[in-house]
Design a protein around this ligand. Sequence first.
Ligand code: NI
Ligand code: MN
Length: 227
Amino acid sequence: MAASIRWLGHSAYAFDFDGHKLLIDPFVSGNPVAKAAANELKAEVILLTHAHGDHVGDSVEIAKRTGALVVCNFEMGDWFMAHGVQNVFQGNPGGTFRNGWMSAKWTVAHHSSSFPDGTYGGQPNGFVIRGGGKVIYHAGDTSLFSDMKLIGDEGLDLALLPIGDCFTMGIDDSIRAIGFLSPGLVSPMHYNTFPPIEQDADAWAARVNAETSARAVVLEPDGELSL
Ligand code: NI
Ligand code: MN
């Protein structure tokens, strides 16, 4: 079994689980740090944490081009179906999407969720994702919350955490989150895309390695990590 991830910048990732392709929050075209082009991305499943434009990104176009299944919360699923994407799976916290090569369980996230056109986008989420023999937590956009302890009970190989501050937790709270989550590896996201979320990822990594049991992995946009 094999799992690898490619960070597209911001909170966007392309996962490969044993040759199967999963995209998460594919914000590429309007993403100032992305190196990938939206029209080269492959996907069988597109997972979306919430409706903000820096997460929905190129989802409609990619879903229409590839026929990928869009997996998202209930209200977002309705919006996608109203915008010409019929291949949608809708869930909410506690629920799990499963196919033959991956699963994704919705978790809560403390944030907001509306589409760029103003449509209500339901409650924001994170996901506990299983694939390629690994367990990965993508926190979405969220503050620190103590129930991350319950997510840590799932035995995480990798946690993807926002560190940008302003719209999500910042560095100090991400260190506390890692204490709750106890992942083997942790990688930062949702920083340095725009001026309000500038952070020093190397300083973050030094703190992770000194203050937590996890090992920090800082990727460059388009950087890959094999698990
Ligand atoms: Ni957001
Ligand atoms: Mn965001």
